[in-house]
Design a protein around this ligand. Sequence first.
Ligand code: IMP
Length: 187
Amino acid sequence: MDYCAQDIAEVLVSSEQISQRISQLAEQIIADYRDKELIIVGILTGSFVFLADLLRKLDLPCVVDFIAADSYGTDTTSAGQIHIEKDLSMAVEGRDVLIVEDIIDTGLTLSRLVPMLRDRGAASVKTCCLLDKPSRRQVTVQLDYVGFQIPDQFVVGYGLDFAHHYRNLPQVVVLKPESYATVPDPQ
Ligand code: IMP
């Protein structure tokens, strides 16, 4: 994208790499869920681009719902707090759930969301993330499908944002340090 080419320090994952990896993940998911109907739960907002591309490769019966959730508090165990800003509109009871997330960082959000959906009676809960930053983990999380492991760098693009910007980039990039100062605050 030309409008912000000068802001980019490095392309970490190209759009070609993303597309290839999504095809592989979709094949794995299709094999694992043969003869089942999935409820795909996207965590807002960052997952929407990944989810849209993954979904169109999933040759399976499935429905899609979204949840906006934040973990908070200093308690780094899975028993900590989760704040649901926007809940699911569908019931998960008795259904096979696949949570789709953009990036796993501390792991806190996912570590609290998975038990919550199990408590609601989901038949199974699995997780799929595009990016994983294992060096940042504060709590153990179950990751069933992972696109790419990346180093401890803040990344944007392909749905991931800085101050709500850069979600439209087709690849995952690291910004130049000076770019952060020039991003307008949309609030
Ligand atoms: P955690 O795993 O609970 O710490 O939260 C993961 C969430 O933190 C993701 O869904 C993103 O919203 C955000 N996040 C973590 N690392 C990054 C990054 O490098 N770029 C953009 N958002 C990030």
